[in-house]
Ligand binder design. Structure first.
Ligand SMILES: [Zn+2]
Length: 480
């Protein structure tokens, strides 16, 4: 063993404190990811010490036993940090966890190795010693901070990093929470050596969220937009009644939402959430930053103020949906958040924790993070791909945000988005329609979240519950 220098400022380690011996490189990054995985998720106090070694060694203060694992990402030379040569070597090796001989709850026993032992990923289990072939901390850092999105320039027509450019999609693990699975392996190893150390696994959750792009189909917008919707209703859906309800809603305009308007299904959504003992979160647009993508409402309209009050009175959550061109301008996100909070305050609405999601899931790491932080928001729930559902960050758990460019933790929590209805249903994306095939994908993702005791965060727009088939699918996903 080499020289040990405690780098984490707690004095003497108490019982049940993990001692993490690692090389001295990237101390801020190591501090961040050790806090996220060990303290935040596993509830374990820890202390890192610099050691003259090439791997990571985990011990428990006052106890025997050790866990050894490779240290790969944080061995990256400083000049290649955040460049393509620091990305994982592909194709990824696959480790068969069965050879470890520990009981671990995984989506599949075969784990792709993001960073770790690439040649022949093998583990070993001996009395007092477990060797894992995974660089758990480096791999988690890579996925949670969206490292690759800073490195890879590919973008879609809305300037978004597409799923197809991601390691997870290319290596076929986007539909599993791979980092949560790594942490399950780590938890099982810790429990094997030091029983009772980690905090109990949390209960799985479901988070229902609704981006309010359009609270009304006919009212609030221009006359032309109403006519387009009416024509579509009559031609595509044979909804002749729209010829009466559409113009009636339009005349009522911003004063009150029409109860017959198909987008005005907020009470239906809340009824269903309550039936499942859940609280829905509704994210509202509070600004206008693109001439082509003007929202069809303004939060100051009397009809919207009434809707905000209604949601709040029923005990559901109100949050922010920053408008189309805000994702690279923190000041604009902060301004829209301030406007939403002001309108809410005027209606007597105060949230304990404010959060939301970017319109169109537009996102730029790390700039967008700063917008949310500057806005004083507690959490963001944008990080899922619009072109393919799944685990963009490798996890379904909430975690602290970190800027991999400035090497700094932010005062912001991230709640990854696992599935948006349009992604799975829509022709432009996975194109599965509203039948059995789509249901199976929702179910697979929900089960994957449940298997790792995480949170299934679902986005379902109020404007995508027009037909009985839409509603049936949504109900089935909730009930599954
Ligand atoms: Zn939106």
């Amino acid at each position: 063993m080499g020289n040990l220098n405690p780098t984490h400022s707690r004095s003497t380690p108490g019982a049940q404190t993990l001692i993490i011996e690692t090389p001295a490189t990237y101390p801020a990054e190591r501090h961040y990811i050790l806090t996220a995985l060990l303290a935040d998720w596993l509830g374990l106090p820890w202390q890192r010490v610099d050691a003259q070694r090439e791997d990571t060694r985990i011990r428990m203060a006052g106890h025997n036993g050790e866990i050894l694992m490779p240290d790969v990402l944080f061995q990256t030379a400083p000049q290649t940090w955040l460049t393509s040569s620091s990305l994982p070597s592909r194709p990824l090796a696959v480790w068969d966890t069965a050879e470890l001989g520990l009981e671990v709850n995984l989506i599949s026993r075969h784990l792709p190795v993001i960073y770790g032992d690439h040649r022949s990923p093998m583990s070993s289990l001996a009395p007092g010693r477990i060797c894992l072939p995974l660089d758990v901390f480096g791999s988690a850092f890579f996925m949670l901070t969206r490292y690759e999105e800073v490195v890879i320039p590919e973008r879609d027509q809305h300037d978004r990093f597409p799923a197809r450019a991601s390691l997870a999609y290319q290596e076929s693990f986007l539909e599993r929470p791979l980092i949560d699975e790594y942490v399950q392996v780590l938890r099982a190893s810790i429990e094997y050596l030091w029983p009772g150390a980690a905090k109990p696994v949390p209960e799985p959750e479901m988070r229902l969220t609704h981006d309010v792009d359009a609270p009304a189909r006919y009212a609030l917008g221009g006359f032309g937009r109403m006519l387009i919707h009416l024509a579509a209703d009559v031609v595509k859906r044979r909804a002749i009644r729209s010829l009466v309800s559409g113009p009636r809603a339009w005349i009522r305009g911003p004063r009150a939402l029409d109860p017959a308007d198909p987008f005005n299904c907020f009470d239906w959504i809340m009824d269903l959430s309550e039936k499942h003992g859940l609280r829905s979160a509704f994210y509202f647009i509070a600004g206008w930053t693109d001439s082509q993508k003007k929202p069809n409402y303004d939060i100051e309209m009397p009809a919207i103020r009434r809707l905000l009050r209604r949601i709040h009175d029923r005990g559901h959550e109100i949050g922010l949906h920053p408008s189309y061109n805000t994702y690279q301008q923190p000041d604009l996100i902060a301004a829209e958040a301030a406007r939403l909070k002001l309108v809410c305050a005027g209606e007597g609405i105060q949230e304990k924790a404010w959060g939301g999601r970017m319109h169109f899931l537009r996102w730029r790491t790390p700039t967008t993070l700063y917008g949310w932080e500057q806005a004083g928001m507690t959490y963001d729930s944008t990080l899922g791909y619009s072109d393919h559902a799944g685990f963009r960050c490798g996890t379904c758990r909430e975690y602290q945000a970190f800027d991999p460019v400035a090497s700094r933790s932010l005062n912001l929590r991230l709640r990854p988005l696992i599935a948006m209805e349009t992604t799975i249903i829509g022709k432009k994306h996975m194109g599965l329609g509203v039948g059995e095939a789509a249901y199976e994908v929702f179910l697979k993702l929900k089960r994957a979240c449940r298997a790792v005791n995480g949170a299934f965060t679902l986005l379902w727009h109020n404007s995508k519950l027009m037909t009985t088939r839409d509603k049936t699918l949504y109900q089935a996903v909730l009930a599954a």
